[in-house]
Design a protein around this ligand. Structure first.
Ligand SMILES: Nc1ncnc2c1ncn2[C@@H]1O[C@H](COP(=O)(O)OP(=O)(O)OP(=O)(O)O)[C@@H](O)[C@H]1O
Length: 987
């Protein structure tokens, strides 16, 4: 086979070798983070993971010490064996690793053959490298610089037991598994370097403590995919056509990162190219079926047109014998066969193998050992394909005897497929995953046609396919399924051309069931490979845990609008998002990351993507993300890029410094939201901001600008550059006097302004006058009723202006909650109060609500003491009589809560729990700010007059401009025994 068999000719290997993308830092300790990135690279290999030159695999990186043992993982056919051969060849040709004395390549598939005998490491090396015979002094090996390459751990049939006794002597015989264990744990040849390769599911057989570096082969990047096909298909037209077809199909495009798949596809296309280029096979089964036909015609009908059915008829016997061999050996987990194995399947080594005009290339003889010949299929995936063919054929001819090991519970196709799914799920190393995909593919009527008379006996199968699809979906929902298994099951559905997949993903969204992290990985992957993806991806519509959400992040690159609000995103998620932004094919234009504690580290990661020339983002929302000064520096450098597309930025509820404002002033933004950013009248840069020629919409809601601020803004508004059309100064301490300044500026010259929001200020008569004057010029001015009552209230600084009067509602109080006379304080004791039964009373949960259902903007504070309390809000529909999560504040979709317990604080909504950073001061006073129309609820720890932002929830039930909460919200509390909560008078 190309790259392996023919590469016995080294020239061939140098010719066909196309650069592989190998990445670092895939340690088991960061497995979760890795899985996210793993999917990321599966989508498009152009991720921001650093790549490694494989010849440098043993070099120290980032000041760490040189690794002794390197594990390289990679899925089937990704190029592990080719990579290690090229590594050895480059060394042999003096192109790399010149200081190394010996490289010993020991493929596990061949090591299997030694398992029955005891052999010393020295003799084992002699068997593989007879040239060593001249070296009698074993000490020489001990002192030499040696690299052992142990290729294909997944193909080793025997467990590696690392707890066994050590051996140190090269000449002492032992079983080959013991030799490997001692090499890896450095008791044998401690100074030798070890490179192990494996398919992912089997890599864990070497404990993480013995592995110094984890790497992964990710396959071909885009450039290399193209290069591979151009090298392989010399006809420019066919190559160009194939590449454009691949680029148009997400599924094919993703598959083509896998070299073996490229090879098979190229072989098929080369043969079909002249004949039938409009019909590019798409699923794995289709492609391998075509490949089989081509292999069969290689010898006898080179370059001649052939009829598929004739080929199958002529070669039926041999195909079936090979298929039987493939299946029998797969059952045993065998990939190398001896002559007796072939004879058992009636394969005549001389005739059939010689003849293999039909299948010659499917076999390779490895005459490694003088006494025995061993064979294998040219690639394991072809054995997996042939094995599936044997199973389907046997089933179609009613030969159930040979299918005994599948433990079928009946004799229908559904029973067959179901037992195959079950078996593959039980497999320890995933060795039946690909087999299963082929088996399912072959059970489709449309694919059976490809096999003509071979599968003529198959019955109508639609019902069975329906049952099987359901069985796979049920298996996917099981909580203990690993990511790899889930992924394979999803790919099985693709192979079955199951059109309900998208509907299924929608059903997962609506389902009350908690989606496991593994299922989330699979869902994200499927969203990426789906030919049609939704315009919007809203993370909160999936019912899962933080871990699940981290896995879902990858899906963001497949849509135009990504909403990842309140998702507990961290630095790693930002890296994933960033690499999406860098990708040429990512169409993300709107990204909402509000209410995640990203901090400066998160923005640092994000800025790589924002700075990238491929970034197409137009809108970025980072409200309540705890950003500080350095975040603004990073953001502004991204915004200043001439090619930046970003036009809308929301920084609501972050602490924005004057320097931050100055930085943003240089941007090309059209819309900037700086609500609640702690700006004051002294933030003199405001002038700069509003006089930039790009800005059309500026929202400064809830900043204490006062007169000095309005003065500066007025100056900006009179600037000839100012193009502002919407200006929001709601809750900005705009007094009547300050408003007069606005009147004089805005009425003295022409203005672009179309909307001016002056609500929650005391603008008095000037406000009324401004409104009528600007109305005539086509500008809408929003002001509050001009009443004395509110005058004082709206001119209070900060959130105090929204202070509201609350009282505890005794009719909702649990019987063990004792209220104070003034209904502003509550304590949980053990004694039951004599409260009358009420439908609104909490019977089980020690909880109560306030009497006021809030809409509009409101601020209130509560003091708490005791072991544990929950402070939050709930809709009236919160359950009162039930046990469990449906009635407790914060554990369902109808309430939000801050849990205060000992020194810890966490916020909860439904399944989401986010620990919030605890400030240094005592957190016994909590402030809550509800902006009901905007759909935000913020929690603060209050110390003297300072508010420390803890967390903001964002409800986006409706679409802008009315995004807020759907119903009034009632403040409420849950108390543990001995705890007290008191509502404070906010002045
Ligand atoms: N770098 C490469 N350049 C060109 N072709 C490649 C490259 N790597 C792999 N191939 C093609 O893919 C085939 C499979 O590669 P290889 O056997 O190395 O995969 P593998 O990762 O070892 O797979 P498995 O886990 O199934 O053993 C090769 O025979 C060759 O045709």
């Amino acid at each position: 086979m190309e790259g392996i068999e023919e590469a016995n000719s080294e020239k061939k290997l140098n010719e066909i070798y196309t650069a592989l993308y190998i990445t670092d830092v895939v340690s088991e300790e960061v497995k979760d983070q890795h899985e996210v990135r793993q999917m990321e690279v599966q989508w498009k290999v152009e991720s921001n993971l650093e790549s490694i030159e494989f010849n440098d695999i043993f070099k120290a990186r980032n000041a760490s010490k040189k690794p002794r043992t390197v594990m390289t993982k990679g899925i089937a056919g990704i190029g592990k064996s080719v990579a290690v051969q090229k590594f050895r060849l480059d060394w042999k040709d003096g192109r790399a690793n010149k200081d190394v004395d010996f490289i010993f390549l020991l493929p596990f598939r061949q090591l299997n053959l030694f398992i029955d005998n005891k052999i010393s490491l020295y003799d084992l090396l002699l068997t593989f490298h007879p040239q060593l015979r001249g070296i009698h002094d074993v000490e020489l090996l001990n002192n030499a610089k040696i690299i052992f390459i142990l290729d294909g751990l997944d193909e080793f049939k025997f467990p590696l037991k690392f707890a066994g006794a050590s051996m140190t002597n090269l000449r002492n015989p032992s079983t080959v598994d013991v030799l490997i264990v001692n090499l890896v744990r450095a008791t044998l040849l401690p100074s030798a370097l070890i490179w192990v390769t494996s398919r992912p599911a089997a890599a864990h057989q070497i404990p993480a403590r013995y592995v110094d570096r984890w790497t992964e082969i990710q396959g071909f990047k885009d450039k290399e995919k193209k290069q591979y096909f151009r090298n392989k298909i010399h006809d420019e037209t066919i190559a160009g056509y194939l590449l454009s077809r691949i680029e148009n199909s997400r599924h094919l495009y993703i598959m083509c990162r896998i070299p073996v798949f490229c090879w098979i596809l190229a072989t098929v296309i080369l043969k079909k190219g002249a004949k039938d280029k409009d019909d590019i096979p798409k699923t794995l089964t289709e492609i391998y079926a075509h490949f089989l036909l081509i292999q069969c015609t290689r010898k006898e009908q080179k370059n001649e047109d052939y009829e598929d059915q004739d080929v199958l008829k002529t070669n039926k016997d041999l195909i079936l014998k090979l298929a039987e061999l493939a299946y029998r050996q797969l059952e045993e987990d065998n990939i190398l066969f001896r002559e007796e194995d072939l004879e058992e399947c009636r394969i005549d080594i001389h005739q059939d193998l010689e003849k293999s005009g039909m299948c010659r290339e499917v076999f390779v003889s490895e005459r490694l050992f003088s006494k025995q010949r061993v064979y294998c299929f040219v690639h394991l995936s072809i054995q997996e394909f042939m094995a599936a063919l044997f199973v389907v054929y046997s089933f179609s001819t009613g030969n159930f005897e040979v299918l005994k090991s599948l433990d079928m519970e009946g004799q229908t196709l559904h029973h067959l497929l179901q037992s195959a799914v079950r078996k593959s799920l039980q497999s320890r190393n995933g060795h039946l995953d690909l087999f299963l995909r082929f088996l399912l593919g072959m059970s489709l009527e449309c694919n059976q046609k490809l096999f003509g008379s071979l599968l003529a006996g198959m019955q109508e199968s639609k019902e069975s396919i329906k049952h099987t699809v359901q069985y796979i979906k049920d298996s996917l929902s099981k909580r203990n399924q690993s990511t790899e298994r889930c992924m394979n099951l999803m790919l099985c559905l693709l192979e079955l051309k199951d059109s309900s997949l998208q509907t299924e993903i929608e059903a997962y969204k609506k389902s009350k069931k908690i989606l496991s992290p593994a299922l989330c990985s699979a869902i994200a992957y499927m969203m990426l490979v789906a030919e049609e993806t939704p315009d919007e991806f809203d993370m909160m519509s999936y019912n899962t845990t933080d871990k699940g959400r981290l896995r879902l992040v990858t899906a963001v690159r497949g849509c135009k609008r990504g909403r990842l609000v309140n998702c507990g995103l961290d630095k790693i998620s930002c890296k994933t998002i960033s690499s999406a932004l860098e990708s040429e094919s990512c169409s993300l234009k709107e990204l909402e990351l509000s209410c995640n504690d990203l901090g400066d580290d998160g923005v640092q990661e994000l800025s790589n993507g924002l700075l990238h020339r491929n970034c197409k983002l137009e809108t970025l929302r980072l409200a309540s993300c705890n950003l500080t000064g350095s975040s603004y520096k990073l953001l502004s450098s991204a915004l200043e890029q001439p090619e930046s597309n970003l036009r809308e930025l929301d920084l609501t509820n972050n602490n924005l410094t004057a320097e931050g404002v100055q930085l943003l002033a240089k941007s090309q933004l059209n819309k900037l939201i700086l609500a609640g950013c702690n700006l004051t009248g002294d933030s003199w840069r405001l002038y700069q901001l509003s006089s930039t020629s790009h800005l059309i919409h500026l929202d400064l809601t809830n900043n204490d600008l006062g007169e000095p601020g309005v003065d500066k803004l007025s100056e900006a508004l009179s600037h000839h550059n100012c193009k502002l059309e919407i200006l929001k100064l709601s809750g900005c301490l705009v007094s009547e006097k300050a408003c007069e300044v606005l009147v004089s500026v805005l009425t003295s010259k022409s203005t672009c302004l179309k909307e001016l929001d002056l609500s929650y200020n005391h603008t008095g008569h000037s406000g009324v006058s401004l409104r009528s004057k600007l109305q005539q010029r086509g500008c809408q001015v929003i002001i509050d009723p001009n009443t004395e009552q509110w005058m004082e209230q709206w001119m209070k600084p900060g959130l105090q202006k929204y202070a509201c009067e609350l009282s505890l509602d005794i009719y909702t109080a649990h019987p063990e909650l004792k209220l104070s006379e003034d209904k502003r304080s509550v304590t949980k004791g053990e004694e039951e109060m004599d409260y009358p039964d009420r439908p609104q009373r909490f019977d089980v949960c020690p909880q109560l609500l306030c009497a006021q259902g809030l809409t509009g903007r409101h601020y209130w504070e509560a003091d708490w003491s005791g072991p544990e309390v929950v402070i939050g809000v709930a809709y009236e529909s919160l359950e009162r009589k039930a046990h469990g999560a449906s009635c407790k504040i914060g554990l369902n979709t109808v309430s939000y809560g801050l849990w205060c317990e000992g020194g810890q604080l966490s916020v909860r909504y439904n399944l989401n729990k986010t620990n919030v950073p605890v400030p240094k001061f005592d957190c016994s006073r909590i402030g809550l700010y509800l902006d009901w129309p905007a759909g935000t609820l913020s929690f603060y720890a209050v110390s003297s007059e300072t508010l420390f932002h803890l967390h903001t929830f964002h409800s986006r039930v409706g679409d802008p401009p009315h995004p807020g909460f759907p119903e009034p919200l009632y403040p409420g509390f849950w108390l543990q025994d001995g705890s007290t909560v008191s509502l404070r008078q906010v002045t």
